[in-house]
Structures are given as structure tokens and as C-alpha cells.
Design a protein around this ligand. Structure first.
Ligand code: ADP
Ligand code: MG
Length: 756
């Protein structure tokens, strides 16, 4: 088992200018030096003092002339080879939308030259299996998508279902209920990919928009069983993750507010979490790697700093208007180069499907043999040895023999029964009734026999289908062309390795050249020394400027990221405040405390859950189940209980209205009480009131004979009582009784205390 740590391999691919860019005559700012494995970006931003060029070095770089085959042979073939050996492997494409991620991963379907990594790896895997010897393989494929932090199984019938992530201490993180298909050939696995791709586009209204916001992961699991040196069968399991990431440009270019911001954050969550994981991994100081921050990072946990070999393809575009994104992508990938993984071969893992298959086949075979009643039953574990080529042959021969034996057996049995039946028919010594009885028995035996035969056949086909899923190679190994192709591929691989070594050496030479030049420099004169040193200073100054520019870039990126985070934080605080206000004002404290006691955070699914009441019954703060609810699902009123007892009428069964006595409210008002008035005032008032009531006016007497004096009679009396009277009042009274008004009947104008 190898436990060597190795770095993530980062390769950069620059796509050609597209028609639009060419038509708009955009300038190309990216140069690719394939030999020196360098990408040079000419920076033309005005914000910078100097228009410097930036140089990035990677494990491999590919320009616009690079072919899919070349990329596969040099950068991906070794990784897929190690998956076939039992290592975990991950290839992920990172970059701005439209830079060729999907082109690199999938390429153009049905075009051999432009097929991407995924179809090329299918070819590679199945060719390898067909050429293998003494090995048995099981290949499975799954396809999933992460969109807005929801995982969707692209191979499931129900596309609306979202899957969850689970973690097991032995096997790590996995997607629960993710469907996986056993594939027996290149065509079958291609079919699986096509179905997944169709589902991917069906779920979206705009495929381009959707693919730029979602991450697609195609997973191939290759299990291989081989007889080890210890004479035991060993299973190695390699898992290959092929990841087409969401477009990286949104990370810096959201600029959204409100709901859009929330959506954008969710879309980017996985991608920014990936960035944070990379930063934390290369930082060296952080003990915590935030894998749990997103679904993508959790799924790729092994691929980043874990048990896997990883190749990251960074895709960039050459046009000047994309220079910002190109630089961000290059910075990002440059950091990723420093991630260290510790891949090791996964030998005999507990969850190997191949072993389960082998065991199931052995079990079915044993069952079948039992049925046919064969005596020469084979040992149970022997089927596991079928990876051995010689044994395979024997096994097959044995199988043919078995088939013949089985058929003979059934024929014999049937003939025997038929003979017995005839014998009974012809036997005249038997009574008619006995004959019928015996014949019936024989008939029953016959049907039983037939049923058994059918079941046996069913078992045999089941075994055959299961066996057909296990792939074995080596059959065509005598095929000469096959052998030659293998040699050719080996040579091709060697060439690719040599090419990469050559590039490495060239790079080293370049570095050494600079150093040796410095060492050999001898200064013939002071002036020369000054010249050379000035040159050196200039060179260093340029380097310093470049570093300064880089620092500036990084700072800017950090600032914008921080601003985004602050914006998010503000929004979240705002929402939190609203929620706490609502809780404080509308939810009783008691209920709030109860809820707080019951609530717990489910780390696995990352959301809050409520503990069932029964689990914390000992908690005095929790209300016990009401008496009226004992034995029932919910509290029932007395009336409902009685009604249920009297009749079985279901009408009152769920009646849960409680009859309660009337609750009288306490009085909040008082009876009116008169104010206490001084006796003197009371007397005065009484007097005044009496006086007024005594005032009687008989209108009939006034008819013609009323003298002004008589009309003032009352007034005179009133004045006697000492009540003040204004001259105006007097005047009006006089006026109202004047002969001038006599024609109209006179009624008292007012009965109030104070005459108007
Ligand atoms: P992404 O998946 O990153 O959004 P695509 O893979 O869809 O980008 O590529 C966008 C377009 O560019 C496609 O039409 C694709 O054919 C083309 N393209 C990308 N890379 C290359 C390349 N290396 N050579 C030729 N065409 C390319
Ligand atoms: Mg794409």
C-alpha cells in the first residue's frame, strides 16, 4: 500500500478565440509556452502603474491547438490507470463559463477526435478490462448534479427528489440513495451518460444558464478481483470522479441584492467553499479545513487533501475582455498546486459490490444444485475463485456438463412418472377408486416437478445475468492486433512521460542558466560592474513590481470578497433581528423556552430539528401529556368519550372540544355616586329650582286683556327671591309681551333654569 503524499496536478488549457471575439477584433492577451509550461498574461489594466506581464507555471499547459487526445494521453491517462489499480481519482474542470470546461470533460459526442475526458476514460477502462488476465471486474456508474446546494440524481426516474449526504467512518462521505448502474460495455456506460445529460437539460429552461450554475459529477467505480500472492482473492476498488464545475465568474461578479443576492450566494456557495478549502489546505496554519461548508467540498473531501489522485484542469479564454477572470482562474489554480494528497490503494473495502455479487452467485448456485439434487455439490466459496483464468475455462466446461445433467435429470424424472402412471392404468388388480387416487397423486407430483423445473430455470437465468455483469478479460489475448495495440499504447504512454520529463528538465535548465550566469560573471572594469548591476537591479525591480501588482490584485480580490460577505452578513443580521422581534413580541416566553429546550441541531443534515416530547419527559419544564389524551391520539372531551361508549357512531370519535365552565370576569366598573355639596348650596339650588317650576304661563288669559304689568308678574316675584336679572332679560320679556306681538299665541320659550 502506498501512502506517499503527492501534490494535486494542475493543468491549464486555453481555448481558441471564438467567432464573436474574432469578429469584435479582441486582442489575445494570453500566451502559452508549452515547453516551459508557462502561461503569460499581458495585463493591460489602467489601474496598475505598469502594464506588466504575469507568468504562471503549471504541471502542464495546453494552447488552442491542443487536441483532446493529447490532453488525455498526457494528463488524464495516468490518473485513470491508477483508478484501475484501485486508487481514487478526481478530474475537475474549473473556469469561467464558455472557456471549455464541458468541452474538456465531455467534448463533442460521436466525434472521435473531439471526445472529452469522460468518453475517453470509458474507452480506456473497458479496453483495459478486455485485455486483462486473471482478473474479474465490476464497473458501476452514477451521475449527479449539485444545483443551489441541492443534490439531484441524474439517473433516477424521479428528478424532483433531492438526495442527502451521509458519512460513514469507514467509507467516508457518500450520497444516500444515489442510483448506480452496473455497466458491461463502453456502449452501456455511454448510454448512462446520455440519459444523465438529457435529465440535466430537462430540469432547466436554459441549459447554458443552468450548466453555468450547477456542478455535474460523473462517478465511475471500478472493482477488480484478483488472486493475491497469499492465495486469497483480493478486491481493489477505484473511484473516478469526473467533475464539470459551475462557471467561476459569478464569484466576483454577483452585484445582486435582496433575493437575487441570496440565490447568487447559494449558487456560489460550493464554489467559494472550494476556494476556502484550497486556501485552508495550502495555508498550512489552519487546522480546520471547512469541508462541511458546502455539498461539493464534502463530496470532494477525499480529492482535496485526502485519499485520492487529483487533476485540476483550469480553463481560460484568450480575449482581452476576460483578462480579470483569466487572472482569477490562474491565481486560484496556482494556489491549488500546493495541495498535498495521500492516495492509497483501496484494498478489500467492506462495501465492495463485487464481493457481494460473487457471494450471491455462489449462494444461488448452491441453491440450484440443491434443487437438482445433485450429490457432487461444490464448495460454497469456490465460485470466488473464478477470477483464475484456468479455472474459468474449467468452470465453463463444468457449466455445460451441468446443463446436460440438469436436462437429463428432468427428463428422467418425467419419464419415470409417466411410466408409473401407465403402470397404474394398466394394473387391473387395483380397484377403480384406488386407481383414481394414485393417478391424482402422480399428477400432483408431475405438476410439482414442472414447477420445480421452472424455478430451477429461473435461478439459472438469474445466475447467468449476475455473472454477465462481472467482466473478465483475457479472452482475446491471443489476438495479435490486440497485443500490438497494447504495445502501441504503452509506447504512447512512455512518449507522454518523456515529454513531460523533457519539459521539466527544460524548466530546470532555464533556472540554472540564470544562476550560473551570475556566478560566472567577472567584472573587467568598474563601469562594467555598474552596468551589470544596474541591469540586475532593473530586473529585480521589474520582479518587485510584478509582486507588488500581484499583492494589489489579491488585496482587491479580498476586498470584494469581504464586501460580499459583509453584505451577506448584514442581510442575515437583518433577518435575524426580524425573527427575534417576532419571537419576543408574539410568542409567550414559556413557549419560547420550551421550543429552545426541544430544539437541537442535526449536524448531518445541517438543520434544526425538534426533539420528540417523550424523550425529555423528565424535564419538569415540559408539559406532561394531558389526562384526557391518555389512550387517545389527542385530548378528547368527556362528551366525546361518553358518546363513544354509548354508540359506535364515529361521529364523536375525534371530537376534541373541551367543555369548560363559564369563567366570569371580575367587575371593573363602579356605581355612580353623587358629589357631596354644601347644605347651603343645596338649599339655594332647591329654592332656585322650585321657583322656576312654579312659573306657569296661561296663554289663554293673555288674549287681549294682558297688561304689560300683569305679564311681568312672575318677574316681580322672581326679583323678590333675590335672583339677579339683567336688563336685557327684562327687555326681552317686555318685548315678548308687547301689544305688537299679541296676535301670535304666546308659549313659554324655555323651561330651563336660566330663561333665555
Ligand atoms: P463551459 O463549459 O466552460 O461553459 P464550453 O465547454 O461549453 O464552456 O465551451 C464553450 C464553447 O467553446 C463551445 O462551443 C466549445 O465547443 C468551444 N471550445 C471550448 N474549448 C475549446 C477548444 N479547446 N477547442 C475548440 N473549441 C473549444
Ligand atoms: Mg459547461
Amino acid at each position: 500500500m502506498s501512502t506517499n503524499s503527492e501534490s494535486i496536478k494542475v493543468v491549464v488549457r486555453c481555448r481558441p478565440m471564438n467567432d464573436k471575439e474574432r469578429a469584435a477584433t479582441f486582442e489575445s492577451v494570453v500566451s502559452v509556452d508549452v515547453k516551459l509550461r508557462q502561461i503569460i498574461v499581458r495585463n493591460q489594466r489602467e489601474s496598475l502603474a505598469c502594464k506588466s506581464s504575469k507568468v504562471f507555471t503549471f504541471d502542464s499547459v495546453y494552447d488552442w491547438k491542443s487536441t483532446q487526445k493529447e490532453l488525455y494521453a498526457e494528463s488524464f491517462r495516468p490518473l485513470v490507470d491508477s483508478v484501475l489499480q484501485g486508487f481514487n481519482g478526481t478530474i475537475f474542470a474549473y473556469g469561467q463559463t464558455g472557456t471549455g470546461k464541458t468541452y474538456t470533460m465531455e467534448g463533442t459526442r460521436n466525434d472521435l477526435e473531439r471526445r472529452g475526458v469522460i468518453p475517453n476514460s470509458f474507452d480506456h477502462i473497458f479496453t483495459h478490462i478486455s485485455r486483462s488476465q486473471n482478473q474479474q471486474y465490476l464497473v458501476r456508474a452514477s451521475y449527479l448534479e449539485i444545483y443551489q446546494e441541492e443534490i439531484r440524481d441524474l439517473l433516477s426516474k424521479d428528478q424532483s427528489r433531492h438526495l442527502e449526504l451521509r458519512e460513514r467512518p469507514d467509507t467516508g462521505v457518500y450520497v444516500k440513495n444515489l442510483s448506480s448502474f452496473v455497466t458491461k460495455s463502453k456502449e452501456e456506460i455511454e448510454n448512462v451518460m446520455n440519459v444523465g445529460n438529457q435529465n440535466r437539460s430537462v430540469g432547466s429552461t436554459n441549459m447554458n444558464e443552468h450548466s453555468s450554475r450547477s456542478h455535474a459529477i460523473f462517478v465511475i467505480t471500478v472493482e477488480c478481483s484478483e488472486l493475491g500472492v497469499d492465495g486469497e482473492n483480493h478486491i481493489r476498488v477505484g473511484k473516478l470522479n469526473l467533475v464539470d464545475l459551475a462557471g467561476s465568474e459569478r464569484q466576483t461578479k454577483t452585484g445582486a441584492h435582496g433575493e437575487r443576492l441570496k440565490e447568487a450566494t447559494k449558487i456560489n456557495l460550493s464554489l467559494s467553499a472550494l476556494g476556502n478549502v484550497i486556501s485552508a489546505l495550502v495555508d498550512g496554519r489552519s487546522s480546520h479545513i471547512p469541508y462541511r461548508d458546502s455539498k461539493l467540498t464534502r463530496l470532494l473531501q477525499d480529492s482535496l487533501g485526502g485519499n485520492a489522485r487529483t487533476v485540476m484542469v483550469a480553463n481560460i479564454g484568450p480575449a482581452s475582455y476576460n483578462v480579470e477572470e483569466t487572472l482569477t482562474t490562474l491565481h486560484y489554480s496556482n494556489r491549488a498546486k500546493n495541495i498535498k494528497n495521500t492516495p492509497c490503494i483501496n484494498e478489500d473495502p467492506k462495501d465492495a459490490q463485487l464481493r457481494k455479487f460473487q457471494e450471491e452467485i455462489a449462494r444461488l448456485k448452491a441453491q440450484l444444485e440443491k434443487r437438482t439434487g445433485k450429490k457432487n455439490r461444490r464448495q460454497n466459496g469456490r465460485a470466488c475463485d473464478c477470477s483464475n483464468g484456468d479455472y474459468q475455462e474449467e468452470e465453463h466446461e463444468g457449466d455445460d456438463e451441468d446443463e446436460d445433467n440438469k436436462e437429463d435429470y428432468w427428463r428422467e424424472q418425467q419419464e419415470m412418472l409417466e411410466r408409473e402412471r401407465k403402470a397404474i392404468m394398466e394394473d387391473h388388480s387395483l380397484v377403480a377408486e384406488e386407481k383414481v387416487q394414485l393417478l391424482k397423486e402422480k399428477e400432483k407430483k408431475m405438476t410439482d416437478l414442472k414447477r420445480e423445473e421452472k424455478e430451477g430455470e429461473l435461478l439459472a437465468t438469474k445466475i447467468k445475468t449476475m455473472e454477465s455483469k462481472l467482466l473478465v478479460g483475457g479472452k482475446n489475448i491471443v489476438d495479435h492486433t490486440n497485443e500490438q495495440q497494447r504495445m502501441l499504447e504503452l509506447k504512447r504512454q512512455e512518449i507522454a512521460e518523456q515529454k513531460s520529463r523533457e519539459q521539466e528538465m527544460r524548466q530546470q535548465m532555464e533556472c540554472r542558466d540564470e544562476e550560473t550566469l551570475e556566478l560566472r560573471e567577472t567584472y573587467s572594469s568598474l563601469q562594467q560592474e555598474v552596468d551589470i548591476k544596474t541591469k540586475k537591479v532593473k530586473k529585480l525591480f521589474a520582479k518587485l513590481e510584478a509582486v507588488k501588482a500581484e499583492i494589489h490584485d489579491i488585496q482587491e480580490a479580498h476586498i470584494s470578497k469581504r464586501q460580499q460577505l459583509e453584505q451577506n452578513q448584514n442581510k442575515l443580521t437583518w433577518e435575524l433581528k426580524l425573527k427575534s422581534q417576532m419571537i419576543d413580541n408574539f410568542i409567550p416566553l414559556e413557549d419560547k423556552n420550551k421550543t429552545v429546550t426541544r430544539a437541537y441541531f442535526d449536524e448531518e443534515n445541517e438543520y434544526w430539528k425538534m426533539m420528540p416530547i417523550t424523550r425529555i419527559e423528565h424535564d419538569p419544564r415540559m408539559m406532561s401529556r394531558p389526562q384526557s389524551a391518555l389512550g387517545f391520539r389527542r385530548p378528547l372531551s368527556h362528551h366525546a368519550c361518553m358518546a363513544m361508549m354509548i354508540s359506535l357512531d364515529m361521529r364523536y370519535k375525534a371530537e376534541n372540544i373541551l367543555l369548560l365552565g363559564m369563567d366570569m370576569p371580575s367587575r371593573t366598573t363602579k356605581n355612580y355616586q353623587q358629589p357631596v355639596i354644601a347644605p347651603k348650596v343645596v338649599a339655594a339650588l332647591k329654592d332656585a329650582l322650585r321657583d322656576e317650576e312654579d312659573l306657569e304661563v296661561d296663554a289663554s288669559e293673555l288674549n287681549g286683556s294682558l297688561s304689560p304689568l300683569a305679564s311681568t308678574n312672575g318677574s316681580i316675584r322672581k326679583s323678590k327671591s333675590g335672583r339677579p336679572r339683567t336688563s336685557k332679560q327684562l327687555n326681552t320679556r317686555t318685548a315678548s309681551c308687547s301689544p305688537h306681538n299679541l296676535t301670535s299665541p304666546i308659549y313659554p320659550q324655555s323651561r330651563g333654569l336660566v330663561p333665555k
